[in-house]
Design a protein around this ligand. Structure first.
Ligand code: FAD
Ligand code: SIN
Length: 534
């Protein structure tokens, strides 16, 4: 059994930003950070475009960034949260700059080179070439390494949150004052399941893109934290809003994850076209290739289906080569590696699952509906993104809420205690899983179901079919879970099935089309606007 003052599950931008702030303010506390692979592997690490913040006050204003966020969110953003994130954003970006993050500067080297992405009315994206996430993850990991009261445990896979349920009480979705005492964790190196107890726990486990076949998310993005909170009977919201990025690189060889062609390329002047060179976006939105993501992804999906094509194209051939190479060296090299010279050929692109706009419900201080449990980053529904996230608002959201959680916890931590009266993990099945194919095949089926029936365009029939198929997968997987020894693969499959079910169920509940949720049965918006709650 491990005891720690504060337990953070996840070492991406959300988890590490919180850990650094809290550990610095309270060097007397132990802060334990779990990560299921290595510290630097996360969605954060792959972020390309950058982080949005009002930086140039001569041209940009908070009002404009707020309006762009609300517009992309299609009526479902929480306006108070949007205001908080936008107005606190520049200070949080300054924090990470102070910790050593480098962002590209313009020609005069004095000011930052601010990029633009879909849905933004101004240039306000700070970036480091096309490797912004890598640079931010590097900065955070380097900074955390200098702080002695942060302990990072790599290859520790969180399985379940510990609540009163593990003390023998019945806990349901309407039980008041559910409490989190810590987490059961699989130590991947020893194969043992350990109990970690904490005064307060922060879930910062990132997204769940791996429910789809084609996703920009790394293989670790299996929605573990959201599924854990759901099993612990915590509140979730808006799970139907899954963002597809319009421009994943189409690679005929197939790739998991799909390589992203950043929206910043369109911000730099890249234009979406069909194979035969037709610019099709203007007929869908006056902003053309730079319309918000839901609109562009749906348009590409429609054009591909109408034309019977496997991809559409991004034309960068007219752009200045030197500038393109300076801004997008990784994208240029990746395209080159599959035989495409972005300066001479159009880049083949196709939409790919990219971001979960819904997740663990949190209040304005990052507190979840479970006592002593906060959540931060992509695993949350904070109210910022509504029905569709504005590009480059995700890294910003994680930093703002990591800061707010640390402020809230600074006030509370001295009144909290560890509950020592927690039983060890109750071993279920002990049989070694002899046939890994049962897990890998179910994983493939799950991705097929979600990609064919719960993708960019949905309908009642498709959702019902998905729900029925997911029910079978769920029952088979629970049987396996109860009879075999626990493995990370089995836990991930179980979590992915839970997320797929939650997305499908929330999609079935929404009887309108809004933002990222489009259904042919209810193509219009309802006048009465509501978040979905599970
Ligand atoms: P992550 O960075 O995903 O970190 C999750 C952490 O949780 C990892 O350390 C993981 O190991 C750990 N974890 C998960 N499950 C468990 C478990 N069971 N046990 C223990 N540990 C666990 N957003 C922007 O704002 N701007 C961009 O330019 C941008 N570009 C992107 C490009 C790509 C290709 C992708 C995939 C995303 C991009 N995003 C971008 C989105 C953004 O990167 C993510 O939303 C954000 O980084 C999420 O940060 P996080 O800390 O919440 O989660
Ligand atoms: C991108 O670079 O296109 C991704 C930006 C984001 O997801 O916010």
């Amino acid at each position: 059994m491990i005891k720690t003052d504060i337990l953070v599950i996840g070492s991406g931008i959300a988890g590490l930003t919180f850990a650094i702030k809290m550990a610095t303010k309270r060097p007397d506390l132990t802060i334990t950070v779990l990560t299921k692979t290595v510290e630097r592997e996360s969605n954060t690490r792959y972020a390309q475009g950058g982080v949005a913040a009002v930086w140039n006050e001569e041209t940009d204003t908070f009002k404009k960034h707020i309006e762009d966020t609300l517009d992309a969110g299609d009526g479902l953003c929480d306006e108070e949260i949007v205001q908080i994130v936008v107005e606190e954003g520049p200070d949080r970006v300054q924090d990470i700059i102070d910790w050593g993050a480098r962002f590209d500067r313009g020609k005069d080297k004095k000011d930052y080179d601010l990029g633009r992405e879909g849905g933004h009315s101004e240039n306000r994206i700070l970036h480091y070439k096309d490797l912004t996430g890598w640079e931010m993850q590097r900065t955070l990991a380097d900074k955390a390494a200098t702080i002695s009261n942060i302990e990072i445990l790599e290859h520790y896979f969180a399985i379940d949150l510990i609540t009163q349920h593990h003390l023998g009480y019945t806990v349901t979705r309407v039980t008041p004052n559910i409490e989190c005492f810590g987490v059961y964790v699989l130590n991947k190196k020893t194969g043992e399941i350990e109990t970690i107890l904490a005064k307060s726990t922060i879930v910062a486990t990132g997204g769940a893109g791996q429910i789809y076949k084609n996703t920009t998310n790394p293989v670790i993005a299996t929605g573990d934290g959201i599924a854990m909170v759901y099993r612990a009977k915590g509140r979730l919201s808006n799970m139907e809003f899954v963002q597809f990025h319009p421009t994943g690189l189409y690679n005929p060889a197939g790739e998991n994850p799909a390589f992203l062609i950043s929206e910043a390329v369109r911000g730099y002047g890249g234009i979406l076209k069909s194979k035969d060179g037709e610019e099709f976006m203007k007929q869908y939105d006056r902003r053309g290739s730079l319309a918000p993501r839901d609109i562009v992804a749906r348009a590409i999906d429609k054009e591909m289906k109408m034309r019977g094509e496997e991809f559409m194209c991004l034309d960068c051939r007219h752009l200045d080569k030197e500038g393109f190479l300076a801004h997008f060296p990784t994208i240029y090299d990746k395209c080159k590696s599959i035989g495409i010279d972005a300066m001479e050929d159009m880049i083949p692109v196709t939409p790919a699952c990219h971001y979960m706009c819904g997740g663990i419900w949190t209040n304005e201080m990052g507190q979840s509906s479970i006592n002593n449990l906060y959540a931060c980053g992509e695993c949350t529904y904070s109210g910022l993104h509504g029905a569709n996230r504005l590009a480059s608002n995700s890294l910003l959201e994680a930093m703002v809420f990591a800061h707010r959680i640390h402020l809230d916890l600074l006030e509370k931590i001295d009144d909290l205690e560890i509950n020592e009266n927690i039983p060890g993990w109750h071993t279920r099945g002990t049989m070694e899983p002899k046939e890994m194919v049962l897990i890998t095949q179910s994983m493939k089926e799950l991705k097929d179901i979600m990609s064919y029936y719960v993708g960019i365009v949905r309908s009642n029939v498709r959702l019902k079919r998905a729900n029925d198929r997911l029910g079978i997968l769920y029952r088979e997987t629970e049987e396996l879970y109860n009879s075999t020894a626990i493995s990370p693969q089995l836990c991930e499959l179980r979590n992915l099935i839970t997320i797929a079910y939650l997305v499908t169920r929330s999609a079935s509940m929404r009887r309108e089309s809004r933002g990222l949720h489009y259904t042919t049965d209810f193509p219009n918006k309802l006048a009465f606007i509501e978040n979905s709650v599970l």
